[in-house]
Design a protein around this ligand. Structure first.
Ligand code: AMP
Ligand code: ZN
Length: 122
C-alpha cells in the first residue's frame, strides 16, 4: 500500500485529485498546500507531497529531495500566508506520525501554523 503513488481511499489523495474541495495555498507538479479545515491559529495550512507516502515512518532516502523541497517551501508559504518575520513572528512546523504521534490522516503532511497569538491550540 505504501508503494502506491495514489491511494483511492486516502482523503488527501482525493484532495490532490480534486475529488474533495480544498482552499489551495500552493501547487506544483510534486507538492500541494491547502488550508486546514480546523485551523489552530490565524495561519494553518498543510503541505503535502502528491505521491502517497502514509507517514514520516515510510520516508526513504529517495524522498530526500522531495522532503527538502517541502522544508524550503514551508517558510516561503508561511510568509505568503501572513506569518510575521522571524524572530518576533515565525511559525510552527508539525508532522504527526502514527497513533502515538497523533496522526489522523495517513498521507504525509506538514502542518504550518502561525500568526499572532493567542492560538486556539498549540
Ligand atoms: P493529523 O492529525 O496531523 O493527521 O492532521 C490532519 C489534519 O487534517 C487535521 O488538522 C484536520 O483538521 C485536517 N483535515 C481533515 N480533513 C480536511 C479537509 N477535508 N481539508 C483540510 N484539512 C483537513
Ligand atoms: Zn494519500
Amino acid at each position: 500500500m505504501s508503494a502506491l503513488a495514489h491511494d483511492p481511499n486516502c482523503l488527501f489523495c482525493k484532495i490532490i485529485a480534486g475529488q474533495i474541495p480544498s482552499k489551495k495555498v500552493y501547487e506544483d507538479a510534486e507538492l500541494l498546500a491547502f488550508h486546514d479545515i480546523h485551523p489552530w491559529a490565524p495561519v494553518h495550512f498543510l503541505l503535502i507531497p502528491k505521491v502517497h507516502i502514509p507517514s514520516m515512518s515510510q520516508v526513504q532516502p529517495e524522498h530526500s529531495a522531495l522532503l527538502g523541497r517541502m522544508m524550503v517551501l514551508a517558510p516561503q508559504l508561511a510568509a505568503q500566508e501572513g506569518c510575521r518575520p522571524y524572530p518576533q513572528g515565525g511559525f510552527r512546523v508539525m508532522v504527526n506520525t502514527g497513533d502515538d504521534g497523533g496522526q489522523e490522516v495517513h498521507h504525509l503532511h506538514l502542518h504550518v501554523i502561525g500568526g499572532p497569538r493567542p492560538w486556539l491550540k498549540g
